[in-house]
Design a protein around this ligand. Structure first.
Ligand code: URA
Ligand code: SF4
Length: 187
């Protein structure tokens, strides 16, 4: 199985109710063997329209954040916890996250990143621990299955509350350092 065939299979998924309301399924974008992978929550309105993750306002900010540390979409991989948009951008339900988890699990297996960056609490609670507190534990590194994992504030949270931006900047600098220390060909 390669990433393209996984995507093809995923595009026809109807394993949870979100398939009823989606326009386009949002599988993920980026480099097939990226060393750094970003994981968001789920598609919003623009993403659902275009079939690509982080293309709305939060995505604009994510692109700016990547640029600060000399990254762009072609050097990393970006995916979401759920591939179809939850109506009115509500949090994905547990049952939806569980139904969708195997797609992301297989994406991670195939991409085999060294570093995973969880964007926001929803991804962090899944990848780091269910009691994860984003305000207290963002920017900390955790090791799991041989990968380094960190959570940052979700770009949407940074749009809602710009006072969080200095902390997000510090986390980006930590990410850049980890890439220098542990990645071989990201820059
Ligand atoms: N928010 C997310 O978590 N993911 C997207 O793809 C867009 C906005
Ligand atoms: Fe399938 Fe995930 Fe979409 Fe639900 S959200 S239909 S599990 S791809």
């Amino acid at each position: 199985m390669d990433l393209e065939s996984l995507k093809k299979e995923c595009l026809s998924c109807r394993a949870c109710a979100l398939c009823e309301t989606r326009n386009k399924l949002v599988f993920g974008v980026g480099k097939i063997n990226a060393e750094v992978m970003f994981i968001g929550e789920g598609p919003g309105e623009q993403e659902d329209r275009k079939g690509e993750p982080f293309v709305g306002p939060a995505g604009q900010l994510l692109d700016d954040m990547l640029e600060i540390i000399d990254l762009d979409r072609s050097k990393v991989y970006i995916a979401n916890m759920v591939k179809c948009r939850p109506p009115k951008n509500r949090d994905p339900l547990n049952i939806e996250q569980e139904a969708c988890a195997h797609w992301l699990r297989d994406q991670i297996k195939l991409i085999n990143p060294r570093i995973i960056v969880c964007l926001g609490r929803i991804a962090a609670q899944k990848f780091i621990g269910e009691d994860f507190k984003i305000t207290r534990e963002h920017g900390q590194w955790f090791i799991k299955d041989g990968m380094m994992i960190m959570a940052m504030y979700h770009p949407s949270a940074l749009l809602r509350d710009s006072r969080k931006r200095p902390e997000a900047f510090e986390d980006l600098i930590k990410l850049r350092q980890a890439i220098r220390d542990y990645c071989t060909d990201t820059y």
